[in-house]
Design a protein around this ligand. Structure first.
Ligand code: GTP
Ligand code: MG
Length: 446
């Protein structure tokens, strides 16, 4: 059972952040919206015009003057939820907002659950699941890039690609079914080559979409850089220098850092999250051992590993970095001397003087740009990634069966499975758990 009640009740919630501000907006949506709001706003005409604003004084059900407000009216089918909606703009006081909400409840509304307005928009077919996710991304976007990207997906850029894939597969299924129906009569309805081509096209599109996962992750969550290396190399000092504040404790004692610390740094339109980690060494100290385990885990999850040692204690690049995306950095460049010259293939920085840090930032910015370069395109999130992988597996099996001239029902079953995966991405097929998972992340009033 979904946590959302599929009742027809009119719902209300504060749509602006709680607290003092210029105005507060209370959103009311549902079949009884006019009836409920009219009890507090006698100035609202019986047949208001959609997208019009009405000015007047809001009164409690008992007749006490509450505030001077503006009511924006949206007719059924012309609002975000798809239902008849009224937005009440009052003065921005938490006291007024709370009072208006409780009066609305007295008038017959129910307070909405977080995400319930978007849930209703989804249930009324105003947005699909991918677009509902984009609403959340738009609200949470922290960079210009993430905002523009979320808005594009909200407008349907990814939904359209998914729809094309669904149509192609549906076509394929129809042909396969026709072949199946006429199999006994030895009539071949659809050309097997045509079916193969269609399967290939969907397969290629699914693959293309899957390849956007990392870009999507970077746009949504920022690029993640793990700074790892031996103790005392200056990892924490580098994090502090980049963040321009004392995020991490720095001492001359090896093994100072135990927990993973992070700082977000804006680089152009991108957010880059740097992680400072415990120095890597053989240790018998239980706490330090846990810290070191976390260092490796952070390195494993990061988009880029910066391996940092220092001029006064240089070391070879460790084996475990092979196969990872890493950048070789040597700190304490201020200690370089003629007898301790720089080695090639290593970027030298100093967290003390700042030497080389602009080069480091330029290198990282270039990497982020290269990955998210085509950020005008669509990208997928973790939920889409899981389902599209299943879809791709089904398509691969369907293609193999088709090329082996297997009986149409086998190809059909696999193609059907792939179609269902696609429909789960867009939310045409859904189960309550998935919906709860998506909408649980919303704030109240959205
Ligand atoms: N000369 C010089 N000293 C530095 C530089 N960066 C850091 N140090 C010093 O090196 C020592 C260790 O610095 P940290 O930043 O704590 O090193 P760390 O890699 O975080 O060490 P752990 O947390 O123990 O793994 C401190 O005494 C810093 O002041 C640098 O660029 N030049
Ligand atoms: Mg440290």
């Amino acid at each position: 059972m979904s946590r959302f009640r599929n009742d027809q009740q009119t719902i209300c919630a504060l749509a602006t952040p709680p607290g003092v501000g210029g105005i507060s907006v209370i959103r009311v949506s549902g079949m009884q919206v006019r009836e409920c709001v009219a009890k507090l706003a006698p100035f609202l005409p019986q047949s208001p015009e959609s997208h019009k604003i009405y000015y007047g004084h809001l009164k409690s059900v008992g007749g006490v003057d509450l505030d001077e407000v503006l009511l924006s009216y949206f007719a059924e089918g012309r609002s975000f939820t798809g239902e008849e909606t009224i937005e009440i703009s009052s003065h921005g006081s938490p006291l007024i907002a709370t009072r208006v909400l409780s009066e609305l409840v007295v008038a017959g509304c129910r307070v909405a659950d977080p995400g319930e307005f978007t849930y209703r928009a989804f249930m009324h077919g105003n947005v699909d699941l991918v677009q509902a996710e984009s609403v959340l991304e738009l609200i949470e976007s922290e960079t210009e890039l993430a905002r523009a990207h979320a808005l594009r997906q909200l407008k349907g850029s990814l939904s359209n690609t998914l729809r094309e894939m669904e149509q192609e597969l549906t076509h394929c299924l129809a042909h396969l079914e026709a072949n199946l129906d006429f199999a006994q009569e030895d009539i071949e309805f659809a050309n097997p080559i045509e079916i193969s081509h269609r399967l290939d096209r969907v397969f290629d599109k699914a693959k293309d979409l899957l390849s956007t996962h990392q870009t999507g992750k970077i746009i949504r969550q920022g690029y993640q850089v793990a700074i790892v290396g031996p103790p005392n190399a200056g990892k924490s000092s580098l994090l502090n220098y980049l963040a321009q504040e004392d995020v991490a404790i720095v001492t001359h004692i090896p093994g100072t850092t135990r927990d993973v610390l992070s700082a977000d740094i804006k680089m152009g339109h991108h957010a880059v999250r740097f992680f400072d980690t415990a120095g890597l060494r053989a240790s018998t100290d239980e706490v330090e051992q846990i810290g070191i385990e976390r260092s490796f885990k952070t390195a494993k999850d990061a988009d880029l590993v910066v391996f940092l040692d220092s001029v006064d204690d240089p070391m070879p690049t460790p084996e475990w970095l092979q196969g990872r995306t890493f950048l070789r950095l040597r700190n304490k460049a201020d200690l370089l001397t003629e007898s301790r010259p720089a080695e090639s293939g290593i970027l030298y920085v100093s967290a003390k003087t700042g030497i080389g840090v602009p080069d480091l930032c330029a290198d990282i910015a270039g990497r982020v740009q290269a990955i998210s370069g085509d950020s005008n395109g669509v990208t997928i999130n973790a939920r889409h990634f899981r389902l599209l992988n299943e879809c791709l597996d089904g398509l691969a099996r369907a293609r193999t069966l088709q090329s082996e001239n297997a009986s149409p029902e086998f190809v059909l079953a696999e193609a059907q499975f792939s179609l269902e995966c696609l429909m789960e991405v867009s939310g045409k097929r859904f189960d309550d758990e998935v919906l709860d998972e998506v909408f649980r992340q919303f704030c109240l009033g959205k």
